[in-house]
Design a binder for this molecule. Structure first.
Ligand SMILES: [Zn+2]
Length: 431
């Protein structure tokens, strides 16, 4: 396959005479498969959100950039789900009896009513509109990359980002400039997906035993999404973002942009997201905090193990042990198959995610982040009189970090400071 002109300058690749032929061959295969990160309406959401965020900060609000970016990620993924999935079918009728509110329809991505579960702990089983993970993995990954692209292009105009177009590829993403090629494994998954709502002006009816009666609560419903006002619903704060009907231009991004154009709305969204982050952090599986019912990957209900509200495989970010295990192997593989083969040490290995692991960090990662490895063959003879034969010497350039960085939107770890200067939030915020 021909290499896109944009990616002709990847270090150690086809046009880099300083790289060994065997490495150049591997990188040129990667180059052939690199594609640009999709552009479009989601980028406008990112721009608007971060402009408002910066305005908020300049007005004296001390809101952490990590929370802002991780919150933006969930908003972006929710918007893309709405754009891709919204249909006349797939809605759930919620009469509002139990919560003393008016009737509404919900288009949910988890398997319970977003309103009744969060406000009263009532967890009716409803149909989820979330497709199988394989179909939607790209949505999360691209959202992560689009946010990275916004950051790195603000930091420096010579840094590029691309992703491997092969579905089963070792390398998910590359970020590079002339000096450095970062190979990344990506694990992205939202903490919360905001459902859609259509508010009804009366309770619906259905036919039962030859009579028209009130429609059974929490049953499937159909509604014309082209002629009804749709909202994005933030259940734990009872807030609604008006999106218009699904045939309004640039739906749902136009409505979201109007909302986030107001800095105080951004503050509201970030506070609301932080509240859920704290719930997640405090082990929602062990207590009955009702807000856990809108968290992705919350697994089985405590009182009814047959009612899984969302598969625990959908835990946010890279917070599954499997994510950490695979990410660690990939990082070591990038190290041994690429980084080590680059004589001028231009290559780095990172894991990228929207949410840094919280629940698995201590048990699976904390003791590994400082790991440095090398190989026997790099051992050097040194001219110092060491009696201790247990001491062996290695050049600094022949020692490799297991992870050069774990780049998360909510939190990051940088072992290699060069990477920090290319993609970090600190660097982005200092621009
Ligand atoms: Zn309900």
């Amino acid at each position: 396959m021909p290499i896109l002109p944009y990616f002709e300058d990847v270090p150690c690749g086809i046009n880099d005479g300083s790289a060994k032929a065997s490495l150049r061959e591997k990188i040129s295969t990667l180059q052939e498969n690199l594609v640009r990160i999709p552009s479009g309406s989601p980028d406008d959401v990112i721009d608007t959100f971060l402009d408002s965020y910066k305005e908020l900060r300049s007005n004296g609000y001390d809101v952490s950039p990590n929370s802002a970016l991780a919150c933006l990620f969930d908003l972006l993924v929710s918007a893309k789900y709405a754009e891709r999935l919204v249909s006349d079918d797939g809605w759930t009728y919620c009469a509002g009896h139990d919560i003393d509110e008016g009737p509404s329809l919900y288009f949910s991505y988890l398997k319970t009513c977003p309103r009744c579960s969060v406000s009263k702990g009532i967890k009716p089983k409803v149909d989820s509109n979330k497709p199988k993970s394989g179909n939607i993995g790209d949505i999360s990954e691209d959202s992560n990359y689009q946010i990275f692209r916004h950051m790195i292009s603000s930091i420096s105009s010579d840094v590029k980002i691309g992703k491997d177009s092969r579905t089963r590829s070792d390398i998910d993403v590359v970020i590079y400039n002339d000096e450095r090629l970062i190979l990344g494994e990506t694990k992205s998954s939202p903490l919360v997906l905001y459902p859609l709502e259509i508010q009804l002006d009366r309770r619906l009816t259905e036919v039962s035993n030859g009579e028209s009666v009130e429609k059974t609560d929490h049953t499937p419903a159909t509604k014309d999404v082209m002629s009804n006002e749709i909202y994005m619903f933030v259940p734990h704060r009872d807030e609604r973002i008006s999106l218009g009907s699904a045939n309004s231009g640039n739906w749902p991004y136009g409505g979201i942009n109007d909302y986030i154009d107001e800095p105080l709305n951004i503050k509201f969204l970030i506070d609301a997201w932080n509240e859920l982050y704290d719930v997640y952090k405090s082990n929602p599986y062990a207590d009955e905090d009702l807000r856990r019912y809108i968290l992705c990957g919350n697994g089985a209900s405590l009182d009814d193990s047959s009612t899984s509200i969302d598969d625990s495989k959908n835990k946010p970010g890279m917070d599954r042990t499997d994510d950490i295990k695979k990410g660690t192997y990939q990082s070591l593989k990038y190290g041994t198959y690429f980084k080590e083969k680059s004589e001028n040490r231009k290559i780095s290995a990172v894991i990228s995610t929207n949410m840094f692991p919280l629940r698995t960090y201590k048990r699976y990662l904390a003791e590994m982040v400082k790991v440095v490895w090398t190989k026997e063959e790099y051992s050097q003879n040194v001219n110092i009189n060491l009696d201790d034969s247990d001491i062996r010497a290695f050049k600094k350039s022949d020692l490799f970090y297991l992870y050069d960085a774990i780049i998360g939107l909510s939190e990051s770890i940088y072992m290699d400071k060069d990477i920090k200067s290319l993609v970090s939030i600190d660097e982005y915020m200092s621009q």
